[in-house]
Design a protein around this ligand. Structure first.
Ligand SMILES: [Zn+2]
Length: 492
């Protein structure tokens, strides 16, 4: 049994409408096909009409498609449909005519969230050229931490369940997550530093300084003073990789470490200064960092790329950086996250895809918790010029340590509570949350509370029905599931 989304001619000609429908179908997990006007309905198919609601007959649901103009994000306000917030122009919509029918802006809102329409039209960028959380209309409307697309998929699923009960059919959706888990969480670490004390890194940083007042000059001076104050000492407070891996392993979890390429080009003063051949200590042994990375992979952890500061629009540079890490790791890498979350919705996914990545996990905010694309699940991001989805998969980042401790200025207890609230939201939506803690946060002297909050979040997750795979495992799972849900249709 499968769903047939029967489009009218005008709705089928809107690629964004087909894209929104495909993402809803994927969340529901029932096999589905998209059919153009006139396509006959199979005996075993559940009809959902998309487009003009006239003559809807016995459809399980009707998804009206209006004029589909670009939305002025500043004019988007909140309405509500069946208790779920519905962003739409001026917050108004005409009431649907029948119980099976959805409001006209409903499908349009799914596309507005997923295609990152507001990031195309909004020109403001912060000091790192990021579309900041504070620019987001979702944040302004208080819906950033609400996985609305998941909620809309639930609303549609309920209509389909009612229709199936009436027609004595028993649909059997594919599980969203492995082993019947209620939700999924990816634990991730951006490796910006591997040593707190290193003269080599002081000089590398100094070599990037463009003047005595530059960030590189100031930061290298601070690091030199830190070294001088310490005097002769052994060890380094940042050598705590066994702590991260050990705590995660105890709960049966494996995380993803995004590591920096040794030679980003052009290098930026904000780029990390470590190299993969630099020595660290791990479990009491001294070794080059790349040997630890190989050890991580051998133990089921994932190593991905932390893309250089200047790489986020360049396929050639991302490919070079990927190859640099793969060469020293001795294994292929599949995923990445851009340093500083630098991101351009018009260029970054294309560059990453061309560089050969299976997935990205950058789409989150440096200063806000929540779902940047309104979805708590992997999705194929939208290419606004070609008006088609990319092949690369996005695992949207939802919580970063810095947001909790720097932006929101929480202590360990309050940070843990905030993350738990977020994870409760993810669980109730049957969704995906992606957490990012920086590995140097295990140094409680410089980062008080960062490690403690993480450890308690792991304990919380250990008590829940959560699937906690690496980013690459999750991307592979979703890709395989997608092939079973979406039946090929003439729209490609
Ligand atoms: Zn970084």
């Amino acid at each position: 049994m499968r769903i047939c989304f029967l489009f009218d001619t005008r709705a089928f000609a809107i690629p964004e409408a087909r894209y929104a429908v495909r993402n809803l179908a994927l969340l529901m997990g029932l096999p589905a096909r998209l059919a153009p006007a006139g396509s006959p309905l199979g005996d075993e198919e559940i009809p959902v009409r998309v487009g003009a609601p006239a003559g809807t007959g016995e459809a399980a649901a009707v998804l009206p498609v209006g004029t589909w103009e670009v939305w002025d994000s500043a004019a988007v306000r909140l309405a509500a449909f069946e208790g779920v917030p519905l962003p739409c122009p001026e917050g108004r919509f005409p009431q649907p005519c029948s119980p099976a029918e959805f409001p006209e802006p409903w499908l349009r809102a799914v596309a507005w969230l997923l295609t990152r329409e507001e990031e195309q039209s909004e020109t403001r960028r912060d000091e790192w050229e990021c579309f900041a959380g504070s620019f987001s209309r979702q944040q302004e409307l208080g819906i950033l931490d609400a996985p609305l697309v998941n909620r809309y998929a639930d609303q549609l699923h309920r209509r389909i369940a009612i229709w199936c009960a009436r027609h004595d059919r028993r649909p059997d959706p594919l599980p969203r997550w492995k082993d019947g888990a209620r939700f999924a969480v990816v634990l991730s670490h951006d490796v910006d530093d591997i040593r707190c004390y290193s003269w080599a890194e002081v000089f590398r940083l100094l070599g990037r300084a463009r003047g005595p007042a530059s960030y590189a000059a100031r930061r290298s001076l601070a690091q030199a003073l830190r070294l001088l104050r310490r005097g002769p000492a052994q060890g380094d407070p940042y050598w705590q990789f066994e702590k991260w891996m050990g705590a995660e392993t105890r709960h049966g979890f494996r995380s993803t470490f995004y590591v920096f390429p040794p030679e980003p080009s052009p290098v930026h003063e904000f780029d990390p200064t470590y190299r993969l051949a630099d020595r660290i200590e791990f479990e009491g042994r001294s070794m080059p960092f790349h040997r630890l990375l190989a050890e991580m992979v051998a133990r089921g952890f994932e190593v991905g790329l932390h893309g250089g500061y200047n790489s986020f629009r360049s396929a050639a540079e991302l490919r070079r950086e990927k190859e640099q890490v793969e060469r020293e790791l001795g294994a292929p890498i599949h995923g990445l996250r851009q340093h500083y979350l630098r991101f351009d919705a018009r260029a970054t996914w294309s560059a990453q895809q061309e560089a050969g990545f299976l997935y990205d996990s950058t789409l989150g905010y440096n200063e806000a918790v929540g779902f940047r694309a309104g979805i708590a699940a992997p999705f194929r991001p939208w290419h606004p010029e070609r008006r088609e989805p990319h092949r690369i998969l996005e695992l949207p980042l939802t919580v970063m340590d810095g947001v909790l401790f720097r932006t929101l200025k929480l202590d360990a207890r309050l940070a843990e509570r905030r993350v738990r609230e977020h994870l409760e939201t993810v669980e109730s939506a049957g969704g995906l949350g992606v957490l990012l803690w920086h590995p140097n946060g295990a140094d409680a002297r410089l980062f008080p509370g960062w490690w403690d909050s993480y450890e308690r979040v792991l304990e919380y997750l250990g008590r829940r029905s959560a699937w906690v795979p690496t980013g690459a495992e999750l991307a592979q799972w979703w890709t395989a599931r997608e092939a079973r849900v979406l039946v090929p249709s003439p729209d490609g």
